[in-house]
Design a binder for this molecule. Structure first.
Ligand code: SF4
Length: 694
């Protein structure tokens, strides 16, 4: 029995884990946070939560947190603890020195989807307004950058089209490349409630996730495709819909570019996209492809939810556009119960993208090449904005290895652990002359840093996060920053040490600046957020109450665009040396590389990652349940315990990547999405053999 007692005070804030964006009441006795209670008025969660938001907050006071700034002249030297003034002066002098010696574009920033909108806005402003270049990128690069590209091309804006409430009006759901039960648990509960009430479900996933079959839920179709063949499956569905005349021609004629549709319809109708031809490529039975296509096209309101199993591929952007094509083809856009919905992984990946942290876009998804857009920020900031797009994270690392990129400010992101091709990331970092890590812990990237600036947790600051349904939620300070400063203050201190002269005293002022410069946020301010609790962008003169459903009367770009989606096989091939295909995912209690959840009591639910392998593949290798195996790819190898299960098909293996010993990115390749460089984490050719353990 847990004695909860009566807290002395409480603060309403937002979970800092996934993109569902659950609201919580943080209850305190004095300055001691005693529990997180799901907030019943939270519009994303309505009183529900999962074990991460509810229990995994102890990392805020974990002994591993670094609370004092540190510097060192080279990465071979030990850290020296210094004052904030000394650390910022050291960092500023080094960064300015690098620019004087190697040019204005020799330094850059990386922001995190863990941070608030206001913090992210300031980091990209640091690059554009203080460094004088567009070398700004975000960890969305490695997760949902294809969403930004794909939905931007087809619909005209890079965001989910409907709100979570809308799922209650859905008749048939496609879940592709997502496992909401573990990744987005509170949304999964709402989805399952709808499925139990009779909605039909099509799961497209190499692995039999919990959604495929769980108590009272049975997917009508599970298309267990070979990893890397999403585009072929989505195109085959379109083939059936077009060739059988199941499309919504009225919607297409009224809302979409008809000429582009005709080109697309001709393309998908080709026999090479038939279910029979596609079965050979993907391993999905032709009859199942036909049945799924017919169900989605004729089953009533159709909604598509997708995750990183769509985006983290060499054709991630193509699959996103294919999904958008399917929604337009069937008229499933612009009303309740339909739409295209990226399930955002991190708490603020939507906001991180909205705030202009990509090297080619200013806040609000506007290209830096546009003189009228640059003029808005030039006037607001009193600087000249570089019209040339800057470097993406992988380009920064390449340029560092080549010798032209020398300095990096990295806020809240452990690129050495989370980005692909660990050896290349390490080489890039090692080649830089000033790496500033701004984080909670001395992470792997900090091994290559010259300056460490202590970060603050979501409990220690004010700001906003934007969830997967474009809902801007308030983050409220629950306790004073243990390191003395919230992250937005640290960025301001660094900017001012480099001569900026910023004078923000509260994140509300930063939001006012966002609203003044970004049309989709024009109506947002903290007073409105207090009044409404939360609000979904666009919020402006045309939509003063926010926008739960997008593209209702027309697409943001005008006419919806059908884009031909040609399947191109990934260069990552299985073969005699590496005959199996590895794909990856998460479990409920842990989060990404575990930097936070492993430092909480949630660790009791997961003390190691395991490799799921089909019993047939295990038997031919002599692998036993729970036994140690070596997992090897062309990039590297690691050691795991085996779990024999038919959740994966023969030829496919699966693991999570929460534990540092797993080092999943030693295994993954450096292939990436053709449009955005999002890494192809979801397909790696591997071999499994017996091992004696690590
Ligand atoms: Fe936090 Fe996501 Fe869990 Fe909600 S579902 S409590 S936002 S991790």
């Amino acid at each position: 029995v847990i004695e909860l007692g009566t807290p002395e005070r409480s603060v309403i804030t937002t979970c800092a884990y996934c993109g569902v964006g659950c609201s919580f009441k943080a209850e305190l006795n004095g300055d001691e946070l005693v529990r997180m209670v799901p907030y019943k008025h939270g519009k994303a969660n309505r009183g529900h939560s999962c074990v991460k938001g509810r229990f995994a907050y102890g990392y805020a006071k974990h002994k591993d947190r670094i609370l004092n700034p540190m510097i060192r002249d080279s990465i071979d030297e030990p850290w020296r603890q210094v004052s904030w003034e000394q650390a910022l002066g050291f960092a500023a002098a080094r960064m300015r020195g690098l620019q004087e010696k190697h040019g204005k574009k020799s330094i850059g920033v990386i922001t995190s989807s863990r941070c608030t909108n206001e913090e992210t806005f300031l980091v990209q402003k640091l690059a554009r307004g203080v460094f004088g270049n567009n070398n700004t990128d975000t960890c969305a690069r490695v997760c949902h950058s294809p969403t930004g590209y794909g939905l931007g091309q087809t619909f005209g804006t890079s965001a989910g089209t409907q709100d979570f409430d809308s799922v209650e009006h859905t008749d048939v759901v496609i879940v592709i490349g997502a496992n909401p039960t573990d990744g987005h648990p509170v949304f999964a509960s709402r989805l399952k409630k709808r499925l139990r009430a009779g909605a039909e479900l099509i799961v497209i996933d190499p692995r039999r996730t919990n959604l495929v079959k769980s108590p009272h839920i049975q997917a009508a179709q599970h298309l267990a495709l070979r990893p890397g063949t999403n585009v072929a499956v989505v195109t085959a569905l379109a083939h059936v819909i077009v060739t059988e005349g199941l499309m919504d021609e009225t919607f297409i004629r009224e809302r979409c570019d008809w000429d582009e549709f005709q080109v697309y319809a001709e393309f998908v109708s080709e026999p090479r996209h038939s279910p029979e031809a596609t079965e050979l490529l993907t391993g999905v039975p032709a009859a199942d492809l036909r049945a799924a296509a017919r169900l989605f096209a004729t089953g009533g309101n159709g909604a598509i939810y997708y995750g990183l199993g769509v985006t983290e591929h060499s054709q991630g952007s193509t699959t996103v556009m294919g999904i958008a094509n399917l929604a337009m083809l069937t008229g499933n856009i612009g009303r309740k119960g339909v739409g295209v919905n990226p399930l955002r992984g991190q708490n603020n990946v939507q906001g991180s993208c909205d705030m202009g942290s990509f090297p080619h876009e200013l806040p609000g998804y506007r290209h830096v090449k546009g003189p009228e857009v640059r003029a808005v920020f030039e006037e607001a900031w009193g600087v000249e904005i570089d019209p040339e797009p800057g470097l993406r994270i992988p380009n920064m690392l390449d340029a560092a290895v080549e010798g032209s990129f020398k300095g990096l400010y990295c806020q809240g992101e452990d690129i050495l652990q989370s980005d692909p091709d660990t050896k290349h990331v390490a080489a890039g970092l090692a080649a830089m002359e000033c790496v500033i890590v701004h984080d909670l812990f001395l992470n792997e990237t900090a091994n290559y840093a010259h300056v460490f600036l202590p970060g603050s947790t979501f409990l220690e600051k004010d700001g906003t996060f934007t969830n997967a349904e474009r809902r801007i939620n308030r983050v409220r300070k629950v306790m004073a920053p243990l390191n003395g400063y919230a992250d937005w203050e640290v960025t301001q201190l660094l900017a001012n040490a480099m001569g900026a002269g910023w004078t923000y005293t509260h994140p509300a002022q930063i939001m006012d600046e966002i609203a003044a410069t970004t049309p989709s946020f024009a109506g947002v301010d903290y007073a409105l957020l207090e009044e409404k609790g939360s609000i979904q962008w666009p919020c402006n003169e045309a939509h003063p109450e926010g926008t739960p459903l997008m593209h209702v009367d027309g697409f943001v770009r005008g006419k919806g665009r059908f884009i031909v989606t040609e399947y191109v096989a990934t260069d990552e091939k299985s073969g005699p040396r590496f005959p199996l295909l590895l794909t990856t995912g998460r479990i409920l209690s842990q989060y990404n590389v575990g930097a936070q959840t492993r430092r909480t009591e949630n660790v009791v639910w997961h003390d190691q990652d395991v490799l799921e392998i089909h019993p047939h593949d295990a038997e031919v290798r002599g692998v036993k349940q729970g036994g140690w195996i070596k997992l090897a790819s062309r990039s590297g190898e690691t050691t795991l315990r085996a779990e024999l299960t038919d959740r994966v098909s023969p030829g496919v293996v699966y693991t999570t990547f929460h534990h540092p010993d797993t080092q999943a990115n030693v295994i993954t390749t450096d292939f990436s999405d053709w449009a955005t460089n999002c890494p192809e984490y979801k397909v790696t050719a591997v071999q499994v053999s017996l091992s004696n353990g690590p």
